[in-house]
Write a new protein. Structure first.
Length: 462
């Protein structure tokens, strides 16, 4: 927001802002490996044109001159859209996805596209095309996945903000790991048109796209530009943009829980949730301990849609090209194969049960329209780790992210904002969850958490 404001006021040079970001990419990307494609000449050309427009009194929109990055699973005209897989190696998009066009129409300048795990099926960013992405907080740790490259770019200052996607925590876990903010919207609120893999069938219920940035105000700015229906998104709905007043927000009761009773979280993660709850209570909210029922069933149903159905769709794609499967994706396919087979009847049953569970869950949320809970069981993990000991219990890889997976299955909007840091200096975020189509409420509460906790810090590598 500050970059956009100063550009409009002509107190800073738009070209110099872009050059500063390009210089930072040149310096840090060899270390972090966040960007996989940057077209410097095109970026400079667009920056000069945008600066001429400012000089001529022609501001395109709220993001005029702001340098952004895009996860490489979106179509960005002239840039790689490979989703981290050799199956799409060297694929160059010929057009912009609708949400990219909206960002450009608002004046944003796309710096480049960022790294992902293969076909987005991991919470760690690594693939056979470009290798692993490192966290700006600790090079031996991951910035998460699948929007890990995006999170690393934003947290390190190589990008002012950008776009990720989320089918099981892929925006929120990287935001939590890197100390930035991220929003998983309701399916259809921001169009997923032009994303690969495409959201269809059961994946349309759980997969979304959303903004990532270093502050909640920046998320709001990006959300305003990106939101709105598109005919290419099966879940699209014409939901009007409406920011609630502070008085309206303060009337929302907030329920919080520190763990789900099944998967333990670190003591520092518990403390972060309490800090956020007390901060909201201090500002005048009614905040009470509340753990919704149905979370475990939601986790199990999510595994049917994401893990089992995902494996059923992906495995045939590599027939005859088994050598092109990355180790991380191969592990995911093994997990998928271990799950009970899905038949037409069992998939239909799971789909029906999902809708019934969602109705039951939303009924509970009529009492607590906002939920506050962990974003994950742990802070950022070391590359390759797959289990952790917490309170004497082994927490397995897929279970550690159940705190985000539920809300993909149930279709709730959810944001993550940094609240504290671990003893090792790693960021810890909390998750703010709302009712479907109430992204504005979620972001308003997230902004209050951020204001009270003030936990944004510059990472060691910047």
């Amino acid at each position: 927001m500050e970059i956009a404001r100063r550009i409009r006021a002509q107190s800073i040079s738009l070209v110099e802002v872009v050059e500063a970001h390009l210089a930072k990419i040149e310096r840090l990307n060899p270390i972090l490996n966040a960007f996989v494609h940057v077209d410097q000449e095109r970026v400079r050309r667009e920056a000069r044109a945008a600066e001429s427009a400012v000089a001529g009194g022609k501001i395109l929109g709220s993001l005029h001159g702001v340098p952004v990055s895009i996860k490489s699973s979106f179509e960005v005209a002239g840039m790689r859209c490979e989703s981290g897989t050799r199956l799409r190696g060297d694929f160059i998009a010929t057009q912009d996805a609708p949400l990219i066009a909206r960002l450009r129409n608002a004046g944003a300048i796309v710096l480049g596209v960022t790294n992902t795990p293969e076909l987005l099926m991991a919470w760690e960013t690594d693939n056979l095309l470009y290798g692993r992405t490192n966290s700006p907080w600790d090079l031996e740790r991951t910035p998460g996945g699948s929007s890990g490259g995006e999170a690393a770019a934003i947290a390190s200052g190589m990008s002012a903000g950008g776009v990720g996607s989320d089918g099981g925590g892929s925006i929120r876990v990287p935001a939590h790991f890197t100390g930035i903010c991220g929003l998983k919207p309701t399916p259809g609120r921001i169009p997923a048109t032009g994303h690969y893999p495409a959201s269809g069938g059961p994946f349309a219920l759980i997969g979304v796209v959303g903004p990532m940035a270093r502050s909640v105000d920046d998320l709001k700015m990006l959300f305003e530009v990106m939101q709105g229906p598109d005919d290419g998104d099966a879940c699209a709905a014409p939901v009007p943009l409406r920011w609630p007043s502070e008085d309206e927000i303060k009337k929302l009761r907030i329920g919080y829980f520190e763990d789900d009773g099944r998967t333990p979280v670190t003591a520092e993660t518990r403390a972060a949730v309490r800090i956020a709850a007390h901060a909201l209570q201090h500002t005048g909210f009614q905040v009470e301990p509340f753990r919704p029922e149905g979370l475990e069933e939601a986790r199990l149903l999510w595994k049917k849609f994401f893990v089992k159905a995902g494996g059923m769709l992906i495995d045939p794609m590599f027939k005859g090209r088994e050598h092109d499967v990355s180790p991380i994706l191969d592990q995911f396919l093994d997990w998928s194969a271990e799950e009970q087979a899905l038949t037409g009847e069992s998939l239909l049953g799971a789909w029906i049960r999902r809708d019934a569970l969602r109705a039951e869950f939303l009924k509970q949320m009529s009492e607590f329209p906002i939920l506050l809970c962990p974003a994950a069981a742990i802070p950022a993990f070391r590359h390759g780790e797959r289990s952790w000991e917490i309170d004497g219990k082994t927490v397995e890889y897929l279970d550690a992210w159940s705190y985000t997976e539920w809300f993909n299955l149930l279709g709730n909007p959810a944001a993550v904002v940094a609240v504290s840091h671990s003893s090792e200096g790693l960021p810890i975020g909390v998750q703010i969850v709302g009712r479907p189509w109430q992204e504005e409420q979620v972001l308003a509460v997230a902004a209050m958490v951020e204001k009270e906790c003030m936990e944004w810090r510059v990472p060691p590598i910047h």
